[in-house]
Design a protein around this ligand. Structure first.
Ligand SMILES: Cc1cc2nc3c(=O)[nH]c(=O)nc-3n(C[C@H](O)[C@H](O)[C@H](O)COP(=O)(O)O)c2cc1C
Length: 441
């Protein structure tokens, strides 16, 4: 897990940064926070100190009792300068919310407070999440500043559109939701090609490989994953009705991508079969794009024999149109359009029928409500799987298009609930369960 330095600048959305800390620490990251003096008018340092479990710094001349260390680490014997040490120790510096004022200072290299001095000294990747009134956000000055920061390799998390802080105001400028912010931070942490502030060298080899003190990789059971061949499927298949329409589902692929990223970070040799996934595939993972259940089936059959672990997170259509229509079907002249559907092949059942005893097969079941566990157990037995990860699609706050998930890992030996958390943390829990299953087989 990574060490994340959070920079909070002055704006109403500062309160949302507390939720970012809560989610990131729940996902296993350690955090320190620095605040601009103005931001403390919105949220006091005691809140960030309580949630990070570490002192919060506001002033460059303030003494850091931890001397730049992150939670769980020894403080050095000497007294380093905070604006240098905090960023030297961090794997990532996320500035959220980033005010228009702080964005302008970052763009022009000002270092007039601890946050901006940290940014200038940072060699780690920087993520900037603007939040402000829509007129401010759309102003040519802010847009030009953001463009410049982007061009320098800083990752900008675009704000969202909706209700703004001032009563009755709507528009673009709301801080990205904390779960999305965390997901972007984790993407950046997993992508060593991301550069830091201008003039900073690219990440060192130690950072690239996850070695050294700035490792973003989980250190647990790395040996058990090293060289393990993991096949992950992600996304949702689309079965054509005509040349532009399809029968599909709303799986975004986030869970599968999180699994692929986490397995790669642990040292596994990962192949990802991605069905209609628009997310950036994780760095270092062999990825194949597919569209239909048939394509997914043949890609899986090609890869399955070589894998040690199969994580079947893709949502595969159960039915497809028997005969896709030619061209784009026109509405004119038709009272009804009947589409006959036929069952698709059951990919997991087919693969399970060919399994070797030393392979571990994990299925995923998206079920509605209370009867879900029973249905998942039936699939576990019928398909001959080692475990099945169940999520309740009756809930709107988790699952398909959400950044969060809450699942139950159902194995023959029992059920392990995994509390609501970012998909990266859920992925880690699933991988831990895989190792337990392999060790107990
Ligand atoms: C009630 C209130 C809300 C504000 N909200 C924002 C905001 O959401 N975004 C922003 O860029 N500035 C906002 N400002 C203006 C900033 O606080 C101001 O530009 C300040 O200088 C920012 O300082 P900092 O960047 O050092 O934190 C707000 C000001 C007030 C009084």
């Amino acid at each position: 897990m990574a060490r994340i330095l959070l920079g909070v600048s002055g704006g109403i959305a500062a309160y949302k940064a507390l939720e970012l800390v809560r989610l990131a620490t729940a996902a296993g990251h350690t955090m320190r926070a620095v605040q601009t003096p103005t931001s403390t008018r919105f949220v006091g340092e005691a809140s960030f100190a309580a949630l990070t479990g570490a002192p919060v710094l506001i002033d460059e001349f303030q003494e850091d009792s931890w001397r730049g260390a992150f939670p769980g680490e020894e403080s050095p014997a000497h007294r380093p300068l905070s604006h240098l040490q905090l960023v030297a120790n961090a794997d990532l510096f996320v500035i959220a919310p980033a005010s228009a004022n702080t964005i302008a200072k970052l763009t022009h290299g000002l270092a007039d407070n601890l946050l901006t001095a940290c940014a200038l000294a940072a060699k780690c990747p920087i993520v900037v999440a603007p939040a402000m009134n829509n007129n401010m956000y759309e102003s040519p000055a802010v847009q030009a500043n953001l463009e410049l920061l982007r061009a320098r390799g800083i990752r900008i998390v675009d704000p969202e559109t909706g209700r703004l802080a001032s009563i009755g105001e709507q528009g673009v400028g709301r801080l990205a939701e904390p779960a999305r912010l965390l997901s972007v931070c984790e993407d950046v942490l997993a992508d060593p090609s991301v550069r830091a502030m201008p003039g900073a060298p690219p990440p060192s080899d130690a950072q690239r490989t996850g070695g050294g003190t700035n490792s973003a990789r989980p250190q647990h059971d790395a040996g058990e994953w090293s060289g393990l061949r993991v096949l992950v499927t992600a996304g949702g298949t689309r079965e054509p009705i005509d040349s532009v329409r399809f029968v599909g589902n709303s799986s975004s692929g986030r869970m599968g991508v999180a699994l692929a990223r986490a397995a790669h970070a642990r040292g596994a040799d990962v192949t990802l079969i991605a069905a209609n996934v628009s997310l950036q595939p994780p760095e270092g993972v062999r990825t194949f794009a597919v569209k239909t259940a048939r394509e997914l089936m043949s890609a899986c059959e090609e890869e399955f024999g070589r894998c040690d672990v199969l994580l079947m997170a893709a949502a595969v259509a159960d039915f497809r149109p028997v005969q896709p229509l030619e061209g784009k079907v026109k509405k004119q002249g038709r009272e009804r359009l009947r589409i006959e559907l036929e069952p698709t092949c059951d990919v997991l059942r087919t693969l399970a029928a060919q399994r070797r005893s030393n392979q571990t097969l994990i299925g995923f079941a998206a079920e509605h409500g209370a009867s879900g566990a029973e249905e998942a157990r039936r699939k576990l037995e019928e398909k001959g799987l080692d475990a099945i990860v169940l999520n309740d699609i009756a809930r709107a706050d988790i699952g398909f298009e959400s950044e969060l998930n809450e699942v139950a890992i159902i194995a023959r030996s029992g059920t392990q609930p995994v509390a609501k958390a970012p998909k990266s943390a859920v992925a880690d829990a699933i991988l831990d369960a895989v190792i337990e299953l392999r060790n107990s087989a």
